[in-house]
Ligand binder design. Structure first.
Ligand SMILES: Cc1ncc(COP(=O)(O)O)c(C=O)c1O
Length: 398
C-alpha cells in the first residue's frame, strides 16, 4: 500500500516562516491548496493554523475549502471558463481573469447572486500562460471598470509556471508602473499587485522584490520547501512536510543491466544508468507505486544510495545497492516528492493520504503551545476543527 503522510507540525513551521517573510515585505498572501486535491484533513489543519486567504484551481474543491476556512477569502486560480461562471461566483470571492467576455459574465452572474465579485487582471509578462498583453491594459481596464458587479482588486502575473521563465526585477517593477498608470488615468485605487508564486520567494529572501508587489500566491514552497530558482530548499523551510511510503513486494539480488537488445516498447520512459556495467549485480526492490499513482521521476528516496531503476503503471524498481540494506518484503521505502509527484498522489484513489498528528492531537498541541500568548483575533470556527482551536497559532496569511 502507498501512503502519503503530511506532517502538520512541519507544515505549520513552513507557514509561520513564510508569514514572517511576507510580514517583513509588507505583503499579504494566499495559500494555494490545489496540490492537496481537496484533502479535507490538511485543509482543516490549515484552517486551524489561521490561514485567512486560500486559493484553489478546481471548483470541486471549493466547498471543502469553504468548510475548512470559514470567513476566509477564497481565490479561484484557474482562468474561469464561461460554463463555470455560476459556480465561480457562488464559491469564490476573487478570481484571476484575462478575458472581457468572461468578466462580463462574472459581473452579470454576480448581479444575479446579489454580490460583487473581485478580480485580478492578469498581465502576460513572459511566461506565456494566462494574461492580457501589456499594450492592451488601459482599454481592457476601462471596459472592466464600468462593469457594475466586478471590483478590480488588483493586477497580477503568473511567472515561471509554464515556460519556466525566471522572474526578474524589471518585470515586477513594470507591474508597479502599470498600476500607477491605471490609478492616475482612472482616479481609482488598485490595492493589490499579485505577482508571485513560490518562484519569487528566492528573490524575496534576497531583498530584490520591489515593495509595490504586495501580494503572493504560495503553494509549492509551503508544502515542499522548494527553492525553484537555485534548487534545494529555501532557507529554514522543512522539505519533509510530505513523506511517501511504498511497500516492498519483492526484493532480490539480480543483474542491474538488461541483457540483450532493448527498444522503446515501454509506454513510460526507461531510466538508463550509464554508471552500471553489463553483468553488474545488486539488490532490487519492487515496490507498490507506479506511473498510475504518481510521477515516478519525482520520487526522491530518503536514502540517497537508492536509485530508481524504472517503473511501469503499478510497480517501481529501486536499486538498493550491493546489500539489501536490512530491507525485507513488507518493509516500506520512503521518498520525498516533487510537486508533480505529490499532485498525482493526492489525486490517486489507490494511495492513502494521512496527516500526523491527527486533527485532535494537533489541536491540543497548538492550543497548549499558545496558551498565555496574546494571539491575534481567532478566525471564525472551522467546521472541522475539533475543539475549535481556530487562530491558536495566529498564523494569519493575509
Ligand atoms: C495562478 C496560480 N498562482 C499561484 C500558484 C502557486 O504556485 P506555486 O505552487 O509555485 O507557489 C499557481 C500554481 O499552482 C497558480 O496556478
Amino acid at each position: 500500500m502507498n501512503r502519503v503522510t503530511i506532517n502538520l507540525h512541519h507544515l505549520r513551521h513552513n507557514l509561520k516562516l513564510i508569514n514572517g517573510w511576507m510580514k517583513d515585505h509588507g505583503a499579504s498572501y494566499t495559500v494555494v491548496s490545489k496540490v492537496l486535491c481537496g484533502h479535507s484533513d490538511t485543509l482543516c489543519a490549515l484552517g486551524m493554523m489561521g490561514v485567512t486567504s486560500i486559493g484553489d484551481s478546481r471548483l470541486m474543491n471549493l466547498p471543502v475549502v469553504k468548510g475548512a476556512f470559514p470567513g476566509a477569502e477564497i481565490w479561484y486560480l484557474r482562468p474561469p471558463h464561461l460554463s463555470a461562471i455560476q459556480s465561480v461566483v457562488s464559491l469564490s470571492d476573487v478570481s484571476l481573469n484575462s478575458e472581457i467576455e468572461v468578466i462580463e459574465a462574472l459581473s452579470q452572474e454576480a448581479q444575479r447572486q446579489g454580490k460583487v465579485h473581485k478580480i485580478i487582471i492578469m498581465i502576460e509578462l513572459g511566461d506565456l500562460r494566462e494574461g492580457i498583453l501589456p499594450g492592451t491594459l488601459i482599454k481592457f481596464y476601462e471596459r472592466v471598470f464600468h462593469m457594475p458587479n466586478v471590483d478590480v482588486l488588483g493586477i497580477g502575473a503568473n511567472l515561471g509556471c509554464l515556460a519556466g521563465a525566471v522572474p526578474n526585477i524589471d518585470q515586477l517593477t513594470q507591474l508597479g508602473l502599470y498600476r500607477e498608470l491605471l490609478e492616475l488615468k482612472f482616479h481609482h485605487k488598485i490595492p493589490v499587485i499579485s505577482a508571485g508564486s513560490s518562484v519569487v520567494l528566492p528573490m524575496l529572501l534576497m531583498g530584490t522584490v520591489p515593495k509595490v508587489i504586495n501580494h503572493f500566491r504560495i503553494g509549492e514552497a509551503l508544502f515542499l520547501g522548494t527553492d525553484l530558482i537555485h534548487g534545494g530548499t529555501l532557507r529554514g523551510l522543512h522539505d519533509d512536510v510530505v513523506v511517501v511510503e511504498a511497500e516492498i513486494a519483492e526484493i532480490k539480488e539480480k543483474g542491474l543491466v538488461p541483457m540483450g537488445e532493448t527498444t522503446e516498447m515501454s509506454p513510460f520512459p526507461s531510466v538508463v544508468n550509464e554508471d552500471l556495467t553489463p553483468g553488474q549485480r545488486g539488490y532490487r526492490a519492487l515496490i507498490t507505486i507506479g506511473q498510475l499513482d504518481t510521477d515516478v521521476s519525482g520520487l526522491i528516496p530518503f536514502n540517497s544510495e537508492y536509485q530508481i531503476a524504472g517503473a511501469s503503471s503499478d510497480i517501481t524498481v529501486v536499486n538498493l545497492g550491493a546489500s539489501n540494506d536490512g530491507m525485507a518484503v513488507g518493509d516500506t521505502i520512503k521518498f520525498r516528492v516533487s510537486y508533480s509527484a505529490l499532485l498525482r498522489l493526492m489525486n490517486n484513489k489507490y494511495s492513502e493520504q494521512v496527516i500526523v498528528p491527527d486533527l485532535e492531537q494537533f489541536t491540543e498541541a497548538i492550543t497548549g503551545e499558545t496558551a498565555g500568548e496574546s494571539a491575534p483575533a481567532a478566525p471564525a470556527r472551522s467546521r472541522c476543527a475539533p475543539g475549535a482551536a481556530g487562530g491558536a497559532g495566529g498564523e494569519t496569511a493575509t
